[in-house]
Each structure stands twice: as C-alpha cells, then as structure tokens.
Design a protein around this ligand. Structure first.
Ligand SMILES: [Zn+2]
Length: 80
C-alpha cells in the first residue's frame, strides 16, 4: 500500500526524535499509533534504541547533545 509506505518513511524520520523524547505530543501519538500496526517500524525502533543504549553506555566519550541523533540519522539513511 503506497500510503502506508509513505507513512513509514515519515515515521522512520521521527523515530530518532521519539527515542530522544523530543517529539511533540501529537507527533508522538502518530508514531505510537503507527508502531501498533507496523512491525517494520517496530523493528526499526528496536534496533535504533539498542544502538542508542550502546552509544550512551560508552563511558569515555561525552558526545555533544545532538551526537546520538546524527549517528541515528546516518544509520537510518544507510538502512533505507
Ligand atoms: Zn511503518
């Protein structure tokens, strides 16, 4: 379904912000609604959040605030 695929692309862009808890209330609801019905984006969220955990658990670097987001968006670009 074309419409759903377009939505997936939009959701994938929002996922890093979702993990960072940086979405507006409305956007967050859109993402959560979509995740309920889309196993692809759920898998994407899962791999992104485990990536974030790895980055955050690295004790020796203190990345700039937007570092995680940049890494995630790079990764998402590679995957899609
Ligand atoms: Zn999706």
């Amino acid at each position: 379904m074309v419409i759903k695929q377009m939505k997936c692309r939009k959701i994938k862009k929002l996922l890093p912000l979702y993990i960072d808890n940086a979405l507006t209330f409305g956007e967050k609801q859109i993402v959560e609604e979509h995740l309920k019905e889309c196993p692809t984006c759920r898998a994407q969220l899962k791999s992104l959040s485990s990536m974030v955990k790895i980055i955050e658990s690295l004790p020796e670097i203190s990345p700039p605030p937007d570092f995680t987001e940049k890494v995630i968006s790079k990764i998402s670009q590679i995957k899609s």
